[in-house]
Ligand binder design. Structure first.
Ligand SMILES: NC(=O)c1ccc[n+]([C@@H]2O[C@H](COP(=O)([O-])OP(=O)(O)OC[C@H]3O[C@@H](n4cnc5c(N)ncnc54)[C@H](O)[C@@H]3O)[C@@H](O)[C@H]2O)c1
Ligand SMILES: [Zn+2]
Length: 371
């Protein structure tokens, strides 16, 4: 696979994104570029550690880098204040100073947690993101959002902290469980749906190769979605406007995830359901042309992703959960609607009766109608 190098530019900084098979071999060089590097904290989770931790540590150590490994339990529960505190204390006990650098090796959970630890310890040290899940590559690792969850909800505490570099080694994907891979594809489909009809058509045409993890096709699709994310983030780092279109499919997804207690659905699965619903809502509002929702449904289903709610969520619960979400506007819940495949708008002006009747229809097909 041809290695690729993109650049993310924000107002304050710019950083490279490397994509390719074996590009994690660049890590020692990227770390050595940091002037006065005093320590490297490799943060990973138990799953990724058992598969890749030793190799990455050996690579850092053999380059003479003072590396220390910090492992958190795999799973969303580790995006917690408890694990954050553990990381802070382990780093400080180990003599962490402003010259240290965090390397986040893992999925979005590790990326968000380790990124936030780097953003906050000693008021902020450098970090490098090394995403190992497809979702973390195409979404979580780029853009600088870091943070943890609270019992009250997901991602409620955090900071914007852009990494020094993002290293996407496609070799890691070989060990990613199938269901996690499919969940990642939902975010690629999302990126295409909001910004790039050509990519959407390529995903439709190449889905067999893509699901078989054909390296060159995979690299192309990851590059294309990272470009979309980088362009959107570059134009709106702190999510005051444009960046909100990245939440296409996420309004209902966050509601479904919250109502289900984050156990039944992977994030990408919830996003897949949410995209189909947002397509139907957009058609009902007369913004999205007829047929777009069907196209979204067909594509998500062909990636083995759900297009319907698993059921069990009442409309009242969903509306409450979506209303609590921090992605809401002054007028109400915030929706990203497609004007066509490849172009999205944000609105907080979906009349409540329209929303309720669309939700009833959508959930009625599978789930339980409102009590
Ligand atoms: N910061 C952002 O902009 C942003 C964007 C999207 C999502 N997120 C966050 O990302 C998280 C979801 O990320 P995720 O889907 O990567 O979840 P995750 O980090 O929990 O990873 C999913 C599972 O795959 C395992 N795994 C990861 N890489 C592997 C590999 N190469 N081989 C084998 N197993 C591997 C993990 O151990 C875990 O069990 C959520 O917390 C979400 O809020 C953040
Ligand atoms: Zn998402």
């Amino acid at each position: 696979v041809r290695p690729r190098r993109l650049e993310v530019k924000t107002e304050a900084t710019r950083y490279p994104v490397l994509i390719g098979a074996g590009v994690s071999a660049e890590l020692p060089r990227l770390l050595a570029e940091k002037m006065g590097l005093t320590g490297v904290f490799l943060v990973t989770d138990t799953n990724v550690d058992s598969l890749h931790g030793d190799r990455v540590m050996a690579m850092l150590r053999s380059a003479g880098l003072p590396a220390r490994k910090l492992v958190v339990p795999a799973g969303e529960r580790s995006k917690s204040a408890e694990q954050l505190l553990r990381l802070w204390r382990a780093m400080v006990e180990d003599g962490c100073d402003r010259g240290a650098c965090v390397v986040a090796l893992g999925g979005g959970v590790v990326g968000d947690l380790a990124g936030f630890a780097a953003a906050s310890v000693l008021r902020g040290i450098d970090s490098i993101q090394v995403p190992t899940s497809l979702l973390a590559m195409v979404d979580a690792s780029v853009g600088g959002k870091t943070g943890i969850d609270l019992p009250e909800g997901k991602n409620l505490v955090g900071a914007f902290h852009q990494p020094r570099a993002v290293v996407m080694d496609l070799d890691f994907l070989a060990t990613l469980p199938e269901r996690e891979l499919r969940s990642g594809w939902a975010e690629v489909i999302k990126a295409a749906a909001i910004r790039d009809e050509g990519l959407f058509r390529r995903i439709e045409a190449e889905r067999v190769d893509l699901l078989a993890r054909a390296p060159e096709r995979l690299a192309e699709a990851i590059e294309a979605s990272v470009r979309i994310k980088a362009a959107v983030v570059g134009a709106d780092e702190k999510e005051s406007g444009l960046r909100r279109i990245l939440n296409f499919g996420h309004t209902l997804a966050h509601g479904l995830e919250a109502v289900s207690g984050y156990v039944d659905l992977l994030h990408g699965e919830a996003v897949a359901v949410g995209m189909v619903f947002a397509g139907e809502l957009g058609e009902r509002l007369g913004v999205t042309p007829a047929g777009v929702a069907d196209r979204l449904r067909a594509l998500t289903e062909s990636f083995g992703l759900p297009s319907k709610s698993p059921g069990g969520a009442s409309i009242g619960d969903l509306l409450r959960a979506m209303g609590r979400d921090k992605k809401r506007g002054p007028g109400g819940i915030h929706w990203v609607i497609l004007e066509r495949i490849g172009s999205a708008v944000v609105t907080d002006e979906v009349p409540e009766p329209v929303l309720v009747s669309e939700l009833e229809r959508f959930l009625g097909e599978t789930g339980r109608a409102s009590p």
